[in-house]
Design a protein around this ligand. Structure first.
Ligand code: SF4
Length: 446
């Protein structure tokens, strides 16, 4: 098993360069403005009648904006603005559905943001009704990201009525002093209340997002948070390292950089979380997800069909993901296409009955081959690199990992060894030609 069980050797030199999280390849740092609505039209036109298609709806609002947040979101403090956005999103759903003309089989629908529950429950229901009216997706599994703050019985009623199967809750930490330091105060009792409501509403799989590397956070804080999280028995957990990039995300300037754990501490935190969750019976999924063995994503990982998309590791097998809403990214084998980030320009385009595609890129066959290899490295810990024209350069870049017994080669097949998990993104980045030349900033490698 390439993930091992935690407490692996620390080689700081191999983690010194920030690397992408590879939720796509090429990454969003490579997006440009050479693509537009015409590409969206061609990409949608190429979808086959029975092709599996997933939908993602982006809600760029939150009741309160957390200081650490890297998402495209803003405060939902103007009801009229949110209502206008919901109207445009309804229009975009119809626009895309008309372009598909019944082609494509909707297999999954995911809601994210922001916080979808920044909408009123009735607005969520109206959007669900529009999806049902315009797309043929009678029983597509539904998943949604929720902010526990402000989640109430009315929302739980919509979750039950719409048969939502999976919910991801932003938890991050239960330590009150760390919550105060990141601008997200939500007592443990709030999370307990929300989990209770979701269970009553019939949600099958609950995920907690947790973070390490937060200001003032100690190993004890993380350990206590893990104990408290485990007591609530979520089916999945994702444990992310906090990425402090205030030059890119001005809202992070409120975070005291002098209180952030250093790289060696971050490494220990990640290893500790991994060891504790595995000891508690969770299966390690990719490099930062964990799931109970019976959860769908754990079954997918064992069967070798785990995938990676903009939502992270997933059991969703679809090669086409259509993103709806401001800043949402659509992924097709030959394109990555992102909608206007700016809400005003998004309104304008959709209001003119045009796709809101503003940035992205066309993926060459070599991009697709490379992207698949990166995905296999991160999902399964192994990929055959045969056919990559720069294989000799990649091997040279990987020599330092090979010397430390983190990888092995069988012909052109690269395999990550049991201690490699904390280095998985750094290993994947050796296949990425853009990272050899670009100075774009990414998050710490662990
Ligand atoms: S609730 Fe989530 S999406 Fe909204 S600001 Fe906080 S971290 Fe970001």
């Amino acid at each position: 098993m390439w993930q091992g069980s935690g407490m692996r050797p620390y080689f700081p030199d191999l983690l010194a360069t920030p690397v992408p999280r590879y939720t796509s390849f090429p990454t969003a740092a490579e997006f440009g403005d050479a693509v537009g609505p015409a590409d969206m039209s061609v990409a949608l036109g190429a979808i086959r009648p029975d092709e599996a298609v997933s939908l993602y709806l982006h809600i760029p609002y939150c009741e309160q904006v957390c200081w650490y947040c890297g998402c495209n979101t803003g405060a939902a403090n103007r009801t009229a603005r949110v209502a206008a956005y919901v109207r445009r999103l309804c229009e975009e759903i119809t626009l895309v559905a008309e372009a598909l003309g019944g082609r494509g089989k909707i297999g999954r629908i995911a809601w994210g943001g922001g916080s979808p529950n920044a909408l009123a429950p009735e607005q969520f229901d109206a959007l669900m009704q529009r999806l049902r009216r315009d797309f043929n997706h009678a029983d597509a599994p539904l998943s949604i990201e929720l902010d526990p703050r402000g989640f109430d019985e009315h929302w739980a009623g919509e979750i039950a009525r719409n048969l939502v199967e999976r919910v991801s809750l932003g938890v991050q930490t239960f330590a009150p002093h760390v919550q105060a330091a990141i601008g997200r105060v939500q007592p443990l009792e709030d999370i307990e209340r929300v989990v209770g409501l979701l269970r009553l509403a019939g949600v099958k799989s609950i995920n907690f997002d947790l973070m390490y590397g937060l200001p003032g956070q100690t190993l004890d804080d993380l350990d206590t948070t893990l104990t408290q999280a485990l007591a609530l028995a979520p089916e999945r957990l994702a444990v992310f390292g906090y990425a402090h990039v205030p030059h890119l995300l001005p809202r992070q300037r409120r975070i005291d950089a002098s209180a952030l754990p250093d790289a060696a501490q971050r490494f220990r935190f990640a290893e500790h979380a991994q060891a504790r969750l595995i000891a508690a019976g969770y299966q390690s999924i990719g490099f930062d997800h964990f799931a109970l063995p019976g959860d769908e994503i754990a079954v997918a990982a064992r069967a070798g069909w785990l995938r990676r998309n903009f939502q992270g590791f997933t059991e969703d097998p679809a090669d086409v993901l259509i993103g709806l809403g401001a800043s949402a990214i659509s992924s097709f084998p030959g394109w990555l296409l992102q909608n206007e980030k700016n809400a005003g320009r998004y309104h304008l385009k959709i209001g003119n009955a045009a796709f809101a595609t503003a940035r992205g890129l066309r993926r060459t066959p070599l991009d697709q081959r490379r992207g698949r290899a990166i995905e296999q490295i991160l999902c399964a810990g192994s990929a055959d690199l045969d056919g990559l024209p720069d294989l000799a350069d990649i091997r040279a870049r990987l020599a330092a990992f090979e010397e430390r017994d983190l990888i092995g080669w069988t012909g052109s097949r690269l395999t990550l060894l049991p201690d490699a998990l904390p280095y998985a993104r750094a290993i994947a980045a050796t296949l990425d030609p853009y990272r050899q030349t670009s100075a774009a900033r990414f998050s710490n490698a662990v």
